[in-house]
Design a protein around this ligand. Sequence first.
Ligand code: G3I
Length: 718
Amino acid sequence: MKKSTLCAIVLTVLFSACAGQKVVKQEPVQEPVGVAESGYAQSFETDNGGFFPRGGEELLTLSTESAHSGNYSLKVENRSKAWHGPSVRIEQYLEQGKEYTLSLWVKLISPNASQLQLSTQVGEGNAASYSNIARADISTASGWLQLAGTYRYDNTSSGYITVYVESSTDAPASFYIDDVQVSELISAPLVLEDLPPLKARYEGTFLIGNVIAPTGTSGQRFELLKKHFNILTAENAMKPSSLQHDKGVFTFEDVDKMIDTVRAEGFKVHGHTLAWHQQSSEWMNYDGISRDEAIDNLVTHAKTVAGHFSGKVISWDVLNEAIVDNPQHPTDWKASLRQSPWYKAIGPDYVEIVFKAAREADPEAMLYYNDYNLDNQNKSLAVYSMVKDINERNPQVNGRPLIDGIGMQGHYVTNTNPTNVRLSIERFISLGVEVSITELDIQAGSNSQLTEKQALQQGIAYANLFKIFKEYAQHIGRVTLWGLEDSSSWRAATNPLLFDKDLHAKPAFYAASDPERFIAQNEALLPQDAKRVDARYGTPTIDGAVESLWNGVPSVNVDQQLMAWQGATGTAQALWDDSNLYVLITVTGAELNKANTNAYEQDSVEIFVDENNHKTSFYEEDDGQFRVNFANEATFNPASVAGGFVSAATVSGKSYTVEIKIPFKHIQPADGTEIGYDIQINGASASGIRQSVAIWNDLTGNGYQDTSGYGILTLTAK
Ligand code: G3I
């Protein structure tokens, strides 16, 4: 049979498989256009190629308004959830064990900026697994942008596999897609390496975990999981909307099978999660529900689920992500709670209510509060305050507090400062609770590419963290990685895991396995000493004109690029007097664009000041970030540092000069005083997106919240 005829039949099947879904344009059966020799291709010139709306309510229409190629694209509108979007079944084009390139083009319609991702789903309902293959920040000015990545379909037995586009943040985003392609990659068959099992390295130290989906209990990935890990978390299958999508209808079957299989293989199981603001069914806590009904829904769900799995899970994330990011009054935990549907329906006591329900249903399981960004000291203080208050108000039972543990998710980047992780672990331990690292991954590289240097830097980041985990092992129950290999991660594009797409160990694996050795072998990658420069004594006029006073003042080059694009660079000089610091920055090679509503994405300069030069991993009172764009519009972090700041800017072609006065507020400056200091130049593209960042000293990109990487400015020559 000719491939194209086969595909025509397949597409007919696809249409009928999607019956009931709102596919707006159903073409009569015909030869599909653009089906590749092997695989699936769709350019929407004659029909929608079997694409259907994932959520059922999105509007998909063939459109001539814009096309990446030909005349038509598929327009996607009326989305109301982040996971909504166009989806197409592709299992007919796949062979088990083979690797495929997945790619398509997207163009944003609205809002002005969003984050879109290309994902693949294997299996249906709560048996499904989801991998987010490629992700892009996109603006309406970006035009057509390609999302592409690869995925190996280790297990096709579910008979239901899709590729789809969703957004990771903006649910209402509308966009076009075009030129979808799924094609086989010729790659070597998987061979698992003979490595010392990670779980053996941490035997008696802490449990070492990973994630699983009900479709994941066979194949090479499962073999690798068995070799290295001894505890599993369901990545999605035990979330509220998976287990009780419709009120009163609990769907345990797939998860029960999965848990029986993995327990028979010797794994322990951790439950994730009884209450969360995402992946929760709307009927549970909709706008306008009465408090009593919401409490009943919460308690019924928690008790039924925790009761059902009692004896089979050792611990639960009872409540997930209840605290806002960077809370402003962290000791007031109630004021730091996220305005989630549960909070709105019940009030702050929902936290205690769900823990009590879980304890009642499963008195044995360790009950955890779980959250991300707990390296942020404000957020960790808010969590500390919450757990302290609740545990103090609830008498211990059998020597155990109501909240047994705090889960630090650990979705990190290579620049995450390990000192902040340490500080939070210490803070939580001081409460007498157990700590676990529950969703560890560390992003490095982009577009599924990782250079050798980035892989080693990622290794250093893993090694630094594992060293800390070992130090506090007595209080750490479990360290769980959020995924096995990069291509099946929720952040596949940024290569965050220990194994690569071919299931080979990355430097990160060796770093996690033997952190001390890894650090010793890669010392050259450790942070270098801070750069130094002198400031001269003098008081300039802040007018953007370069007066003679600046002549001969030491100048530094602001030219270390932090992003892939080599954009605007410049020089900076500093003067000081008894009241102020003065900085003169000259920028060249700028596009002079300030269209973006994010000030940091405009052509602008930033000065970081740490007056007492304490080099802390978080901002103290004397620390500040001052930003001025080429049109002399200033922004501040925190807002309180703005007082007394004066600036002037002049523009000449693609260059601009900014002159700045920053008052000293926390030190008495004197000859020889050293302050923490750095300069950054943000370069916007012609379409108004930040495309380059040049820095003088701190390569971590963390200067906005962490002063430990700043250079040093010495006040001289009074
Ligand atoms: O939820 C819908 C479901 O209602 C719908 O029927 C189905 C249609 O096929 O799609 C489902 O959405 C998928 C969801 O998992 C299911 O839970 C998304 O498309 C898919 O991208 C998805 O992402 C998961 C994400 O949580 C959901 O918020 C990731 O795989 C998973 O790794 C991620 O995990 C979270 C932790 O639970 C909590 N901490 C953060 C971490 C990363 O976001």
